[in-house]
Design a protein around this ligand. Sequence first.
Ligand code: ARG
Length: 582
Amino acid sequence: MSLIKNLEKDIINIINTAGYNVVDPMFQLSNRPDLGQYQINCAMSLAKQYGKSPRDIASDIEKELEKDSRFTNINIAGPGFINITLTNDYLAKMLNMVNDDIRVNIDKKSNNKVILDYGGANVAKALHVGHLRSANIGEALKRLARLLGYEVLGDAHLGDYGRPLGFVVLEIKKRYPDLPYFDSSYTGDYSEIELPITNVDLEQIYPYASLKAKEDEAYLEEGRDVTYKIQNHVRGYYDLWKKIVEISKADIKQIYDDLNVHFELWQGESDAMEYMPELKKIFEEANILTESEGAQIVEVKTPEDTSPMPPLLFIKSNGTISYETTDLATILERKIKYNPDEIWYCIDTRQELHFAQVFRAARLANLISEDVNLEVVGFGTMNGKDGKPFKTRDGGVMSLKNLINLVYEETLKRINPATVPEEERQSVAKTVAIAALKYADFLPYRGTDYIFEVEKFADLEGKTGPYLLYSVIRMKSLLSKAKEINYKNMHILNSDIEKDIALTILNLPLILTKSIEAKSLNDIAEYLYKLTSQYNKFYNENKILVEDNEKLRESWLVLTKVVYSIDTLLLDILGIRVPEKM
Ligand code: ARG
């Protein structure tokens, strides 16, 4: 248990000794630092329970607290708020414990096994802004959950199934009809064929073919037929599809790598298809499929619904399956292969209806044990200044690559030529750009939309990724300059700002717990800024390395080291890389 949680437990015991039974002492960092470091706010609710005045209760508790040598300046304010302050000795002692082992500043949450479905890139299609959010938030959530004890498998769940890819194969057939993939007499090995197509071509073909299918009935028909051939593993067509997946996957992997996003599983929608026969059986036996205009559907509406809840399209009238059904088959696949306690889906909130249908159908069919938590971790959109989803200047979809480039151009200007040699400039600017983008993406609660403001994100000052990186690099450099000095212990907390930093450090476990409960990283992003800016204030006020008082200098270095380790830990949780210099 963390130090702060232990302290809370001790306070509960003290309140019990004072004669009051309390579950939550409402112990928290004070919002009136002039009165004390912490507040205990439970006297008001105990008053109702015990039929006494809150001030009397507070004063009974105060008497008990006074017996404890860890506390000082105990006082009661207003109707019965108890303010307490930790003695400097005790505070320093706790910081030494954190310095020795950061684990005393983290509370485990659960050891559940989770499949985290995030990323969700689509094969042959350029990643867009929405894919950034899923990858960014999903990766950080995975890292956070692991830190807090969960066992997590991240699955990229590639969109590799469905009609758009049928159109891509059709378009390739139109452009290169002589490729052996379309020659039914070809008996050779397809893996030896050089495909005259790169990922850049695929990203052009995908939207071209999808649009054409909308405008041209015959093309649409042909595309359907090609899709059918791929899905039924018809030689040639299926092999070309596989080749496309391979080309595209290499590119997708590269982007995710750049973003410091890594998956344990690279399953695609298509991988769940072998579970279709079993899925059908389960749905048939559950007796929940009904016929509608040649299609098979599942009614998922309940009388309590106040907003529209259309039926789930299980099998379309042409025999193919819907996006919903691929997700149902994937649940079955995950259950059989991994037997998770929970499945979390990091997705755009605009897909919430889709998942509501899927989860309801899964429950109706008893597809997975009721104890398995299926949960949507939804995120809002990144908008342009007009408040609409961020677009290119001519109104097109903004690709993720172009978005990263926009930020890169901005960060490149800000890399200090005095510290970063010319040949490293570009790679440093790229790391900083991605940090800027990622950090800005974490700052609002995940479900909230936010506006893309490149100058603001890339700013070296203020609540930004670059500011954090710059600060952390400076701490690291200070610590490396202090290498010869033997600093081991925190002896003194000299000034108010040092004590504030210490309190912020000890508050970390509560921030982590709150974040995992909300499955949002915004509190961690805020916390990082708070801790770092408090530290920078302290740094600017003191000349640490040349301080004559050795005990003070040692304490300052320990403080620096603890802040540095928490900053690097949290940046790593957020999946933000720190360059050597910038
Ligand atoms: N490929 C989808 C998209 O780009 C996202 C996939 C989300 N995950 C899922 N299990 N459906 O919209």
